[in-house]
Design a protein around this ligand. Structure first.
Ligand SMILES: [Cu+2]
Length: 174
């Protein structure tokens, strides 16, 4: 196992945050059996087999998150946010939105905290083939272990789903 010494060496560098993290994932069922990187809770909105690619870049105290998806519902808008925990078998498992300055009142509804400067938001607008790309830069870095996933919400769907319903989730080590 030639890679083991390298991984062990990286593990000994606690203060080092790598400048870039890439996640390549395929949405799958949240069956709780096989560990998956990305789950779909509503396959009409996020079909099993749809893919996501997420890149997190950290530079000079800022963070840029880029996301590309393929195979989602065509011509649809999905709000996406960084949530505090990783994806689980239930939509709520990823917890609330990550906030740079945490709102002392939870759940956070104060727009002074719940906004796209204090949280990481993306908007995925798919084309006629179900592809989309979006990116966002915030003026801070995530606290280590403070956020675990990008969550896709139902958005404008016209299928009776609440706009806030969590339709998909991608584990990301921010
Ligand atoms: Cu969210």
């Amino acid at each position: 196992m030639p890679a083991a010494p390298t991984l062990a060496a990286l593990a000994l560098l606690p203060a080092t945050v790598l400048p870039c993290t890439t996640v390549e994932a395929t949405f799958d069922r949240p069956d709780g059996i096989a560990p998956v990187t990305a789950v779909s809770f509503v396959p009409e909105a996020v079909p099993y087999g749809a893919t996501a690619r997420v890149v997190v870049e950290r530079a000079g105290g800022t963070t840029t998150v880029s996301m590309e998806v393929d195979g989602l519902t065509p011509d649809h808008t999905y709000p996406v946010h960084a949530h505090v925990r990783g994806c689980g078998t239930a939509p709520g498992d990823s917890g609330p939105h990550y906030q740079d300055v945490p709102d002392p009142v939870q759940p956070s509804t104060d727009p002074g905290y719940a906004n796209d400067h204090n949280e990481l938001w993306l908007t995925l607008r798919t084309d006629s083939l179900g592809r989309a790309a979006a990116h966002s830069t915030v003026a801070w870095e995530f606290r280590p272990g403070g956020a675990g996933a990008l969550v896709l919400h139902a958005g404008e769907d016209g299928q009776g789903h609440s706009l806030a319903q969590r339709v998909g989730c991608v584990n990301v080590d921010f």
